[in-house]
Each structure stands twice: as structure tokens, then as C-alpha cells.
Design a protein around this ligand. Sequence first.
Ligand SMILES: Nc1nc2c(ncn2[C@@H]2O[C@H](COP(=O)(O)O[C@H]3[C@@H](O)[C@H](n4cnc5c(=O)[nH]c(N)nc54)O[C@@H]3COP(=O)(O)O)[C@@H](O)[C@H]2O)c(=O)[nH]1
Length: 631
Amino acid sequence: MQDRATDRSQELIGYIRAKTNRLLEVMGTVPLNPEELDDATLLAVDPIGIVTDSFEQVLEHLQKTNSELAATRDELQAIFDSAGGAIVVVDEKMEVVACNSYSQWALFAGERNVMGKNLRSLICGHDQEECILEQILTTQRRVEQNDFLHDGRHYHLVGTPLKNHDGAISRVVLLYTDITERRAAAEEIERLAFFDSLTGLPNRVLLKDRLAQLLTRAGRYNEMVAILFIDLDRFKEVNDTLGHGTGDQLLQVVSERLTACLRSCDTVARLGGDEFVVLLPGITERDCVGDIAAKLLQSLCKPVQLDAREVFTSGSIGISLWPIDGDSVSTLFKNADTAMYHAKEQGRNTYRFYTPQMHATSMEQLTLSNDLRYALERGELHLCYQPQVSFETGGLIGVEALLRWIHPKLGMIPPDRFIPLAEDTGLIVPIGTWVLHEACRQAMMWVAQGLPSLRVAVNISAKQFRESDFSDTVKAVLQTTGLAPNLLELELTEGMLIENVTQTKLTLQSLKDMGVTLAIDDFGTGYSSLSYLKHFPLDRLKIDKSFVKEIAEKSGDAAAIVEAVVALGHSLKLTVIAEGVEQQDQVDFLHNRKCDELQGYFFSRPLTPQALEELLRKGVNGPEFCLYRYQ
Ligand SMILES: Nc1nc2c(ncn2[C@@H]2O[C@H](COP(=O)(O)O[C@H]3[C@@H](O)[C@H](n4cnc5c(=O)[nH]c(N)nc54)O[C@@H]3COP(=O)(O)O)[C@@H](O)[C@H]2O)c(=O)[nH]1
């Protein structure tokens, strides 16, 4: 635009120059004595005409150039106004000579017209802008100021001095860029990167950074730092039974309670799921860490009111101390985590300080889980069978298949020790399929040998049940082994049913359609969401052995619970079996409460297939298992 205007001026200057030369040229040829002028010469020269002509043309050019310049100025102002920031230009007296509309409403909203006004008075009270202006004038250089507030918004300001030929400042151009939104977005990115979105607590990244800083400081002041790993007990059950929304609310309450127990210099972070970490700086005595852990546990134990429901939770805490239990962030985290697992194993709702012995136990678990990978192919897994008897017939009606691992070096390893490892590693799926196949094969063998038909109950783990092809696997096992489906019972737990109810119903129905029977194991230990039970095609309720044990001890509410479970089972047309029966008075109690079936050491411990076969061959339906007294 400016180039075009300059071109036009050049053209005009050239034109005037040409006309003036011509005039001088003509004047040079004109005789000085007017007597000598003849008409022809006068007509040929007409200097007045030339001058008038020239002026007219000059005028025309000036008008054209003027309107072109006005258009250019309007165009430049429009460009100026369309800039995404405020631009203010002042002269050497600091008077505003140009500004765009953005600056009018963003910076000088209270001023009607800022043109010609002194910038110093306009920005009076805006310290950072005043300071920039002074800096430009003193340094005579471009100055930049990042992130300052002007009327509640955040700006980035660049001030550039323009100098004249003498090197003096003739103009100062101030360019303000509003960075309020950009800054909010950056803050949000930072929040997402360093804070947990559910609880607002620092996340793993920030936690590590804070711990690293605390360690540097603690080194200087010769203090200890405590790292507390907190894991909620049975949080999964809350999530599975009451839904993820309730689980989230519980996590928010937990984060508030933990924070409320601590000092402002402490850090509470959420690692994800139900795992929290607390950092305690400035520790001089180990005992006070134990006191804080106890206080945290106490606060977690209090009931939580969520919607119309009271939810109970507790936590397990593992503690490592810097510098005693490690000198790096990763070692301290690892050791606190190990201690937390020990707290869980030792009954939950408790805390444990890390000890090197714990590490040895963890290594043992690791070795065991590595060995378990080969246990199946090396033929180290075996099944034993525990009889189940009926009050009605007084005889043996079924067996529960129970897994055993005979380790080549360690000998017999109980399932309580290796099944959690198999679940953690996912090995439970191939192992579970093997158990299913082996139990059906064995039961079919007894049928083929002409022994009395026995229903075989197989424990199914949650991971196994959730496999998309689980019912196909059961079908294939029944087909391969030839066992009648009604002789296979699958033992499931409450927690498994409540998760993904729609899919669970479909799987259960397809198993039911096959003719397989279904039992709920360990009933009463989970959330016992009774309303769900009636929606599932179940056959049997298994009262957990802990309640049966309490009947004998005559403690707690076990008797009332057992009575209620039997009544509930019957009202839903389910058979009720009690496990863990060890004594005659338990048998009597269960008989009086109309329990249908029994399992426990009172009748028999789990037997090897050979021992059970022997029993069946002897035709034991009598004294050893017989409940003749009740017939
Ligand atoms: N997913 C799978 N889980 C399995 C499998 N095999 C076993 N298990 C589970 O391991 C847990 C421990 O089992 P186990 O050590 O075999 O204990 C069983 C019985 O021996 C024991 N029991 C039976 N009667 C009594 C008794 O009178 N007193 C007493 N103290 N214990 C007794 O109870 C266990 C059977 O429990 P349950 O399954 O709940 O009926 C156990 O949780 C097994 O489920 C497997 O193949 N897969």
C-alpha cells in the first residue's frame, strides 16, 4: 500500500520536473526583447498555458494521491484494528499518536478518546507498564514484560522505541498481547500433568519430585523423611457392588480425611485406584510416624455417608524411612509398598514399618510365582476332593475339587498361598481350565467304573469367569470328558456376579442352559447384595465357614446370620450348604435350622482321588458320612 503511494509521489515529482524543464527550455529560446516576439513564436510557446496546464495536472495528481493516501491510511487502520492485541504508539512527548480499537476497549475502557493524550497519565497506577516505559526511555532498547495483570487480565507486553535520523526516540510502539486464555490452558495442562483429576491431590509425577526435594532438604538438616503407602482395604468390593460413582465419592472422602490429619508441610498424593502416598518431612523419631499412621487409620475407619448409604472402609499402611530404608526415591517407594503388602497380609487396617526381612519374603513370593509358571507342565498340580453330605438322604451327594501344589523342593503348598499369586499373574486362567478338565475327567472316570454318581464342585476364580469364552470352555470340557452336565457344579463368589451384571446374567444363563449347576461360595462374607440373587439362575448357597465356626464358639451374630441365610436361600428356592462343619453341635444347629447339606472335617478332610475311590467302593453311604441320627 505504502509502496503504491510512494510510486505515485515519484511519478508526480517526475512530471513537475519534466514540465519545468520544458518551460525553461522554451523560455531559453524566447528572445528577451518582446519586440522580437512574433505571433508564431508566441503561439508556439504559450508559457502561461503551459503553467496553467501543469498546475491543473499537478492538482489532479495531488487530489488522486491524497485520496489514495486516505484509502491507504484507512486500510492500515483496519489492519491495525484487526490485530489480536492492543497497539499503542506514542511520540517523543509520550502523547498517543496512534492506537487500535483493541487498545481502546481493553486498556483504556474509561477514556473516550486517547489520541493526543499523554500515555503516562493513561497508565498511571499500572506499575508494570509505567516501569516498561521508563526502561525503554532509559535503555533506548526494546523491552519485554511477560505475564502481568491489567484490569484483571493477563498480558505480555513488548515496547519498541523507534528512532529518528539523529538517533533520538521519535516514537514508542507498545504491543500488548492478552495471554489470559493461554495462561489458563497452560495451568490446566499443568494441573492434568501433576494433579489427580478426581481428588485434586498431587499425582505420581509431582510426588516423586516433592520427595526428591524433601530428601535434599532433609540431608541438610539431618532429619528423616517418612514415606507412607496407603491402600484401602476391600475397595474393589465397594466399586463392584455399589458402582464406580460411589467408589469415586469414597476416594474423595478418603483424600479429604487424609489431608485433614496432616500438617501443611506434609504431602498427600494419589497414585491411582485406591492407592495413596503420604510424605512426612522433618521426622526426628520413628515413633511419631507410627502415631501419625495410627491417626490416619483411625480417620479412615469412620463410616462414610454416601447418598443414603453408610459405607465402611479401612486402610493398610506400609512405611519406609529415609535414610534408613533406602537412599533413592524408587527404593523408598518400593520398600513402603512392600511394607504395605505385609500390613495387608497381616489382617489389614494396620500399619507396618519396612524391614529387610520383608524384602526376603517378597523375593520368596517372586520365586514362587516364577515356579508356578512351570507347575502345570511339570505335573506338580493335583486335585483332592472333599465330600459333601445331605441331611435328607443322609449320604454322600457330591465332592468339592480342591487344588494342591506339590513343589519339588518346598513340598505341599496350600492354595491360600499360591492362588492369589496365580490370580495376580493371570496364571489362574490356564490353571483353572486344567482344574475344570481334571475334575470332570476324574468324576467321569468314577461313573465309568460304575461307582455312585457324584456331583463335582469346582471353584472358579473371578478372572477365569470374566474370560469371554468361559462358557465355551466349560462346554468343551464337558464334551471332551463326557461328564453329564448336571454332575458339574461351578462355585462362584458374590463379587463376581455383581460386576457387569448384564454379561454375568448371559454367562450364567448359557451355563444353566447347558445343564451345569451353580453355587454361590463364601456367602455372607461379601456385600451379600440379596436383591441381585433373585435375578441369577442359581442352585445353591454356600454359607461361609467363618459363620459356622462362630456357631460353635457361640460368639457374635453368626447363629442369627446362618438362620437368615438358610431362610433367604429357601425363599429363593435354593439349596443351602454349610461348609467348615467340624463339630456335632454345629451339625445339630444346622439341622434344626433346616440347612440342606454339609461339608467339613466333621465328615472328612479333602481326600486324594484314590482315597475317595476306596470310600465309594466300600459303598460308604452309611456310618462314616451317615446322618442316621436325623432320619
Ligand atoms: N480358584 C480356585 N480356588 C481354589 C481351588 N482350590 C482351592 N481353592 C481355594 O483356596 C482356598 C483354600 O482352599 P483349601 O486350603 O483347599 O481349603 C478348603 C478346605 O480344605 C477348607 N475346609 C473344608 N472343611 C473345613 C473345615 O471343617 N474346617 C476348616 N478350617 N477348613 C475346612 O475350606 C476350603 C474350601 O473353601 P471353599 O472353596 O470356600 O469351599 C479356598 O478359598 C478355596 O476356594 C481351585 O481349584 N480354584
